[in-house]
Design a protein around this ligand. Structure first.
Ligand code: SAM
Length: 287
């Protein structure tokens, strides 16, 4: 048996995380079809939605629901069945299970209980949007859905406003305008954003603009469909920027009557930079 055939075998007592399409049924993979057809049962976030998907794929399987509100009881039940020798495919409403979807807890439970988990990779809205965004993909931070409101949301927006990596955020259409207004407040209107909508569907669209242009655009256009927002990070400060900042700050402090020694102490306290680095920069500037 070749390696590929070996890996494609559905094992007893295994949980399979099976990615499903995010809008285009043709994105289902051959392995996903095989595993969904061969496992003993399917755990799904919404059994009605997933039942429809399976019937479109021509697959009939016993299903159990596994979602946010029943995961505490349902998780251990699924583990018991897996330990008893059954195999299970976990699918979410769309895309990659366990990514802003129930599943994370079930994988952790499997790891704790020594139950094997395998992946059948496929569509994921976050990575698809990032690749399409036209923004830097070198380093990125996935934020999923932001906290819906209150202090938690404010804190998250304040924290991610300083993020140097490209940000990936999921958003629902009815919240988009409010979220863009907050991006403008916390990140500034000049920050570049790619609004990736209805990926893989008939109305797929990617708008690449600044946050303030996006706010203006949605004053006259009603947001529709599912969105992933990709936002550029804060440019990383270069060594040169830091040196200029230190020099300028020292000059300002000393112009106000502070000694060079105290200016260095103050800047170290303010920036948390190593004292020898601050000392070297200030000295260089005053030679
Ligand atoms: N597990 C999924 C994945 O693989 O990305 C994400 C599930 S999360 C509950 C649903 C969110 O994903 C939506 O609110 C939207 O932000 C994003 N999403 C899902 N499908 C999408 C699509 N076709 N186009 C754009 N965004 C999509």
């Amino acid at each position: 048996m070749s390696y590929n055939e070996e890996k494609n075998k559905v094992e007893k007592s295994f949980l399979y995380l099976v990615a499903t399409p995010i809008g285009n049924l043709s994105d289902i993979t051959e392995r996903a079809m095989k595993v969904l057809s061969e496992v003993d049962f399917v755990a799904a976030e919404d059994t009605r939605n997933s039942g429809l998907l399976l019937s479109r794929l021509g697959i009939k399987k016993p299903m159990v629901s596994y979602h946010d509100h029943n995961r505490a009881e349902r998780g251990p039940e699924i583990i018991e069945r897996l330990k008893g020798g059954e195999s299970c495919a976990l699918i979410s409403d769309a895309g990659m299970p366990a990514i802003s979807d129930p599943g994370e807890d079930l994988v952790a439970l499997c790891a704790k209980e020594g139950v094997g988990v395998s992946i059948i990779p496929g569509a994921c809205a976050a990575v698809s949007a990032l690749a399409l965004s036209g923004l830097s993909t070198r380093r990125f931070a996935f934020e999923g859905f932001l906290p819906p409101s209150g202090k938690e949301r404010k804190k998250r927006l304040t924290d991610i406003a300083k993020e140097e990596r490209t940000l990936i955020i999921y958003e629902a259409p009815h919240r988009l305008k409010k979220t863009l207004a907050e991006f403008s407040e916390y990140f500034g209107g000049d920050r570049r954003i790619s609004l990736c909508r209805e990926l893989t569907k008939l109305n797929e669209e990617v708008l690449r603009m600044t946050v303030s242009s996006a706010c203006a655009y949605y004053e006259s256009t009603e947001p529709r469909g599912e969105y992933v927002l990709i936002i550029e990070g804060v440019p990383e400060a270069t060594e040169k920027d830091v040196a200029v900042d230190i020099a300028a700050r020292a000059e300002a402090l000393m112009a106000g009557g502070m000694s060079q020694k105290d200016a260095i102490k103050t800047i170290v306290k303010e920036t948390g930079l190593p004292k020898n680095k601050v000392y070297a920069e200030v000295l260089k500037n005053n030679e």
